[in-house]
Design a protein around this ligand. Structure first.
Ligand SMILES: *[C@@H]1O[C@H](CO)[C@@H](O)[C@H](O)[C@H]1NC(C)=O
Length: 294
């Protein structure tokens, strides 16, 4: 009974409860020509996203790179878009620059535009950092945003990594985070798109089971999934527009609203016919397939 009351109180007090239903896209800080997005570009990408459906949240990868927060936060605030903020952790100088850019954005715009903060992205998968190091950086960023002057002690702080990197070796990181950001791409598991849904579901189940084991208070956020519409095959996985639409309908549309989800990606940020194109928008920002759910 006591814990039920405590849970109800916490739920009532949380200003970020709306994030539970967040839906949106990953967005790159670069344009297809490799240059950094301007503030007008961010504004256009946000406006376009809102025209595509009920999308309210954007994951950005960095705070300082390409001046992401300085340029993206003003139009996000204008348009009522929330940002899942990325803070790169390597190397130390970059980590400091990322934290400085986040502090500058909070000092200028408060914190209501933040849906969460991911400290690092796929560092475990790449082998760039271990779970203990990342956990310390999660605590560091939580301490920074929790200062009285920012009042961000309720901002969810987490880390994004591939579903299979969220395993027993990440126990210290599970304990440190408010959310476990899961990247899962059945395409990269070399399956026919007809197996996309069950393959994705397995990644979700495995990750949720590990959350239950190592920190049952952490939330699972689906920070990246997608299926390419063009480019080379990956084993049994074929990159076609039809398969992109199938995966969108089967997986993105089918995910429980309990899981905040960011599709990868709204529009490709490179012109590279040799690699897979995951964007759902063409060069003119028109959808490549019908984005309404069946
Ligand atoms: C756990 O994740 C780490 C980091 O990605 C990886 O090196 C390791 O092989 C994984 N262990 C298992 C059992 O999958």
């Amino acid at each position: 009974m006591k814990s039920v009351q405590a849970a109800a109180l916490i739920a009532g007090a949380l200003p970020f409860a709306a994030a539970a239903n967040a839906r949106g896209f990953n967005m790159a800080a670069q344009k297809p020509d490799g240059s950094c997005k301007t503030q007008a570009d961010w504004a256009y990408n946000f406006k376009n996203m809102k025209s595509l459906g009920d999308f309210t949240d954007v994951r950005v990868y960095a705070s300082s790179d390409c001046n992401t927060l300085a340029l993206a936060v003003p139009p996000a605030v204008d348009q009522g878009i929330k940002l899942l903020v990325g803070v790169w952790t390597e190397d130390e100088a970059h980590f400091q620059a990322e934290k400085d850019a986040l502090e500058a954005a909070m000092a200028a715009h408060g914190i209501n535009w933040i849906s969460g903060i991911s400290v690092g992205s796929e560092d475990l998968y790449r082998g760039d950092a271990n779970a203990d190091t990342l956990a310390q950086k999660v605590y560091d960023v939580r301490g920074m945003v929790s200062q009285d002057k920012y009042g961000g002690s309720n901002i969810p702080i987490g880390h994004v990594d591939t579903y299979n990197a969220w395993n027993a070796s990440a126990a210290a990181l599970f304990k440190a985070v408010d959310f476990v950001g899961m990247d899962a791409y059945p395409y990269w598991q070399s399956v026919d798109v007809s197996k996309g849904k069950e393959t994705f579901q397995q990644a979700l189940t495995d990750t949720q089971n590990n959350i239950n084991t190592y920190n049952s208070a952490a939330k699972l956020w689906i920070t990246e999934t997608g299926w390419p519409t063009a480019g080379p095959d990956y084993g049994a996985s074929k990159a076609t527009v039809a398969n992109g639409k199938t995966f969108w309908d089967d997986v993105f549309c089918g995910i429980s609203p309990d899981y905040p989800t960011w599709w990868y990606i709204n529009r490709d940020y490179y012109v590279a016919p040799a690699s897979q194109a995951f964007g759902v928008l063409d060069e003119n920002f028109n959808p490549l397939f019908d984005l309404t759910c069946p």
